[in-house]
Design a protein around this ligand. Structure first.
Ligand code: FMN
Length: 434
């Protein structure tokens, strides 16, 4: 039976599923219910400095992008950090941690980029007994205009400086949460490491406007006729998050640096994918907001079943397993040749593959008068567009041509296009061997 326990930064939790800092972790009531449902840990909704809490809008604060079946694919929000009193939050954190010693409880913090502000809040957080802190350098709206959140996360020097203060005034693990609203995510990650951070977490939300109301001419969500950009999250952002995670995982400056993966995790499979890219655990927000806390039970059973089926007994067994296979384009094997193949029994003759290939790709699918679709191997470059647009799963597949066969498109014997991959200069293994 697979063991899902994780020991991220020495913080033990019964499974790798943590709730990300957001409304699900905004208060004691929520977090207790989350722990009862089975979440391994939570990052408490971001706390701000002592004083009057921030004030949120009193109108819609979310916008959504849907799939054709109205399944929520992307969520946009213009919410700020916690709008509850600092001391109320701290007392609740202390109580919850005392009652759930086996779960991870991390406190997210965002205060002004001044040493005194961090020096003031860190001992208060330390006193709660929470397991660590996460520095919110990511929120793209509302707080960044006040010189916090993404405004800090976009300047590596600030990240390094604030992280140093935190390591100076706080004794437990410090996680730096990164913004994706930046060109090269490797730079803030490396800065966090230089500042002494114990880990990075990513991604926070992506700048976004989800829709414009064409009657009022206002971006949505609209507050009294005006809208603003918000932060995008949910299944739609997972590919962006995974790419950024992989950049950090394979960058020589941050290789092996602990990562907590965030962005669109909805199923056990999403979590497994983040873990293979080097994440010691994952954090979830939109999936919990869409389906409720009990979704974690499916994540736990799904991951456990998959691990059993693969013979993985612990999370460490496959942590980072896909990192060595994530490479730059130039290292891809150009000797590899595939062709599309259509399963005629599964085909529903919709013609999407034909339309896509004929109009926009390589004219490699033929349509007979009675709507039978077949691949023209002489034209097919195996681009995968037909697979991507086909509405029937597994109806079209890409099949590799065996070495030694002739590619009808090029007339060359497969593995002949580049004389021999094992010695080709594009092959990093070959270069290393020389
Ligand atoms: C309504 C809402 C509020 C959020 N508030 C915070 C916050 O206070 N602090 C923070 O670090 N991230 C905040 N986030 C970002 C999430 O923690 C997370 O990074 C992001 O939603 C991506 O994960 P997901 O795709 O699972 O939602 C918020 C997200 C949403 C949707």
């Amino acid at each position: 039976m697979a063991d899902l326990t994780t020991n991220f930064l020495g913080i033990s939790s019964p499974n790798p599923f943590w709730l990300a800092s957001a409304p699900p972790t905004d208060k004691e009531y929520n977090v207790r219910r989350a722990f009862e449902a089975g979440w391994g840990g939570v990052v408490w909704k971001t706390l701000g400095s002592e004083g009057p809490p921030v004030v949120n809008v009193n109108g819609p604060r979310y916008g959504a992008i849907y799939g054709a079946d109205r399944r929520l694919l992307g969520l946009n929000n213009i919410e700020l950090i916690t709008d509850r009193d600092l001391y109320t939050n701290l007392e609740e954190i202390k109580r919850v941690k005392a009652d759930y010693p086996d779960r991870a409880l991390i406190v997210s913090i965002m205060v002004p980029c001044e040493e005194e502000a961090w020096k003031a809040i860190l001992p208060l957080v330390e006193d709660t007994g929470a397991d660590g802190i996460e520095l919110n350098f990511g929120c793209p709206h509302g707080m960044s205009e006040r010189g916090m959140g993404a405004a800090v996360g976009q300047v590596p020097e600030y990240i390094e400086m604030v992280t140093r203060w935190c390591k100076q005034y706080y004794s437990k693990p410090v996680i730096v949460k990164l913004t994706p609203n930046i060109t090269d995510v490797r730079k803030p990650a490396a800065a966090a490491k230089r500042g002494g951070a114990d880990a990075v977490s990513l991604i926070n939300t992506i700048n976004s406007i989800t829709s414009v109301n064409l009657d009022s001419m206002s971006p949505e969500p609209s507050i009294d006729g005006k809208g603003t950009h918000g932060g995008y999250c949910g299944p739609a952002v997972k590919p962006i998050a995974m790419s950024m995670v992989s950049e950090i995982a394979r960058n020589s400056e941050t290789q092996g640096f602990p990562i907590s993966g965030i962005g669109g995790v909805t199923t056990w499979r999403d979590a497994a994918e983040f873990i293979t890219l080097g994440c010691g655990n994952v954090q979830v927000c939109t999936a919990a907001m869409t389906y409720g806390f009990k979704i974690v039970q499916e994540m736990i059973s799904g991951l456990s079943d998959w691990m059993d089926s693969k013979g993985h007994t612990s999370i460490d067994d496959f942590l980072g397993a896909a990192v060595p296979n994530t490479t730059d384009w130039q290292y891809l094997n150009l000797n590899y040749v595939a062709k599309a193949k259509i399963d005629q029994d599964a085909c529903i003759s919709c013609g999407r593959c034909y339309a896509a290939c004929e109009d926009t790709s390589h004219q490699a699918i033929a349509m007979s008068p009675d709507r039978v679709f077949t691949v023209i191997d002489e034209e097919c470059v195996a681009c995968n567009l037909c697979v991507d647009v086909c509405p029937v799963e597994d109806c079209i597949s890409m099949e590799q041509l065996a070495p030694g066969t002739v590619d009808p498109r090029t007339g060359k014997t497969v593995q002949d296009a580049y004389a021999n991959w094992t010695t080709h200069p594009n092959n990093p293994g070959a270069v290393a061997a020389e």
